[in-house]
Design a protein around this ligand. Structure first.
Ligand code: SF4
Ligand code: SF4
Length: 288
């Protein structure tokens, strides 16, 4: 089973649209949406949820008022001003360090798991999918990404899938690093804008750092042909292959409105180009 992750230096480059298109083209694959802060692969793959699980991350202190003797020791040790005058805990301020529970002479404080989100195992018409929803303002998305990757890999192996196709998080932070773990190829989706070029370079550097095979897809190449040439040149200099260039076309927004992966929506030129890219990925991935 080969793992493919689709990433971009920032959101809004068409990463999820392209991932969904590969999902529709792949014959025997499992999918993971690791963009847990802004998950939207489900909008295109229309999964039916089969299993729903809580995602617990970190701890928050809780005071049992009946046991508390108002000795104020916990006030003295909490550096985050999370303990209120009425001996309740401000869950926003509490960092879960556990010092208050340790110091309390009557064991009135317990540390409780935080419910930080949910994750799902679903079925789509293209294959099984693992996805998640991180709670508002919750952190630890890297941990949730690792969980989604692990579960999707297990399903892909159990069902003898040929591919695990991962919609990765944007940026170069902890969630992206988590999504890159053990992948066979990282596909970087970029656009021919200055910020697009800059972000592409940052993810190339990140993937290189981890020794991951990297290829680039230029989306909306025709909005700035000069910059597209510049991207191709930059990639050549670093021996990073450009797998294809996709045009800016209204078919993409129309397919989004219909909640359909592009290859299902249209046989327009963009679908032919994505199909060519998908074939190149298969060749590249089996060559290593
Ligand atoms: S240390 Fe324990 S007993 Fe003392 S005020 Fe805090 S919760 Fe109450
Ligand atoms: S766990 Fe740490 S941060 Fe939270 S209330 Fe106790 S001492 Fe303060």
């Amino acid at each position: 089973m080969k793992q493919i992750v689709v990433i971009s230096g920032k959101g809004g480059t068409g990463k999820t649209v392209i991932t969904a298109a590969f999902a529709a083209l792949a014959k025997n694959a499992c999918f993971a949406d690791c963009d847990v802060d802004a998950a939207d692969l489900h909008l295109l793959l229309n999964p039916k949820i089969k299993q729903k699980h809580d995602f617990k991350s970190g701890k928050t202190a809780k005071i049992d008022i009946d046991l508390c003797r108002r000795c104020n020791r916990c006030f003295g040790v909490c550096r985050f001003e999370a303990i209120k005058e009425d001996f309740t805990i401000d869950s926003i301020n509490c960092e879960g360090c556990g010092i208050c529970a340790y110091i309390c002479p009557v064991k009135a404080i317990t540390m409780q798991d935080n419910l930080s989100g949910e994750w799902f195992i679903s079925e789509t018409k293209y294959g099984p999918m693992v996805h998640a929803k991180l709670g508002i303002a919750e952190e630890n998305s890297g941990k949730l990404v690792t969980l989604v990757k692990k579960q999707s890999k297990k399903i892909a192996e159990d069902f003898q899938k040929d591919y695990l196709i991962v919609d990765g998080p944007p940026g170069i932070g902890c969630p992206v690093i988590a999504s890159l773990a053990n992948v066979d190829i990282a596909l970087i989706v970029t656009e021919p804008t200055y910020s697009g070029m800059h972000d592409m370079q940052r993810v190339i550097d990140l993937a290189n750092h981890f020794g991951i095979k990297t290829k680039v897809i230029i989306n909306k190449y025709d909005i700035n042909l000069k910059n597209t040439k510049e991207i191709i040149k930059k990639c050549e200099l670093q021996a990073v292959g450009v797998l294809g260039q996709l045009p800016f076309t209204k078919e993409v927004s129309q397919s989004l409105l219909k909640n359909m992966p592009i290859p299902e929506f249209t046989q327009h030129q963009i679908t032919r180009e994505i199909s060519k890219i998908w074939k190149k990925i298969q060749i590249s991935i089996h060559r290593q």
